[in-house]
Design a protein around this ligand. Structure first.
Ligand SMILES: O=C(O)CCC(=O)C(=O)O
Ligand SMILES: [Fe+2]
Length: 282
């Protein structure tokens, strides 16, 4: 998990005093840059102090930014001949539960395609290298973009549902959790303060949204928790949770809760600001 940005009381007071004196957010960001703050971190800091969602801050300061997903609207959306139900929506983070995103057959086929290729799942370290991590005890594998007709069909369905071309997706990741296994609280966006940030985002930019698709229903446990907003999404076969964020968005903190009984299979799709590039994992 990444540390929260620490904001000194002096900096907080200075930001509030400067905006109270009639300066806009652009001025505050420029002054912070002149005083040596990393511009990407200053955005998170100003948003936090002014209690603005980062997206609103980006919009108000005309950040050029990359593409953004469109959040599907309740009660349901028809895509690719399927009716996808939206029983739950959250504003911050922008989050939707998606019912019936995948058919039972698609879930079973993804599991069987992935099973022989599973390896201990990795996380990305501060230099952008993949590493074994005690916080993530599941096994996983990546499909290449469009690797099989089924993978391509799912990528196309998500592209239509979210209004972002399939080329912006990283290869689907399959994860398998056994009893007791979990994924501790984390953010999917790359922390701008990490030394490896520029390398991780050079080609395709920041991650902008995640879709966690449940391929089976664990007998007990294994939901996806969003501790900042007190929400747990139940893992149910064929359903998914979609959530969108800006780099630095604390509300998107989430965890794969321990599987208490049975097992859990998911497919995760991460979307980027720009096209990710063919056939590559990261
Ligand atoms: O297992 C889950 O429910 C969450 C998975 C997750 O957060 C991820 O793959 O990034
Ligand atoms: Fe995640």
């Amino acid at each position: 998990m990444y540390p929260r940005v620490t904001i000194t009381p002096e900096l907080r007071e200075w930001i509030l005093a400067t905006t109270r004196a009639g300066h806009g957010v652009d001025d505050v960001l420029r002054l912070m840059k002149e005083n040596g703050y990393d511009p990407r971190q200053s955005r998170s800091i100003v948003a936090e102090v002014m209690k603005l969602p980062l997206a609103a801050l980006h919009a108000s300061t005309g950040k050029p930014g990359g593409l953004r997903t469109t959040h599907p609207e309740a009660p349901e959306v028809v895509v690719d001949g399927r009716t996808i139900g939206i029983p739950l929506s959250v504003d911050a983070p922008a989050l939707r539960v998606l019912d019936g995103l995948l058919s039972e057959r698609e879930c079973a086929d993804l599991i069987e395609l992935a099973r022989p290729r599973l390896q201990r799942a990795l996380t990305v370290d501060s230099d952008g290298k993949q590493q074994i991590d005690q916080r993530r005890t599941s096994e996983g594998m990546f499909f290449r973009a469009g690797e099989t007709p089924l993978v391509a069909a799912i990528e196309q369905r998500l592209a239509q549902l979210l209004g972002v071309p399939a080329s912006h997706g990283e290869g689907l990741q399959i994860l398998h959790y056994g009893p007791g296994q979990e994924y501790e609280p984390h953010y999917d966006w790359f922390d701008p303060a990490l030394p490896g940030y520029d390398k991780l985002t050079a080609r395709a930019g920041q991650r902008i949204a995640s879709v966690v698709m449940y391929l089976n229903t664990p007998e007990r446990g294994g939901g996806t928790a969003f501790p900042e907003i007190g929400l747990t999404v139940t893992a149910r076969r064929g359903a998914a949770v979609y959530f969108a964020y800006e780099g630095g968005d604390q509300s998107s903190l989430h965890a794969g809760l321990p599987v208490l009984q049975g097992e859990k299979w998911i497919a995760t799709h991460w979307l980027r600001e720009r096209p990710f590039g063919q056939g590559s994992k990261r």
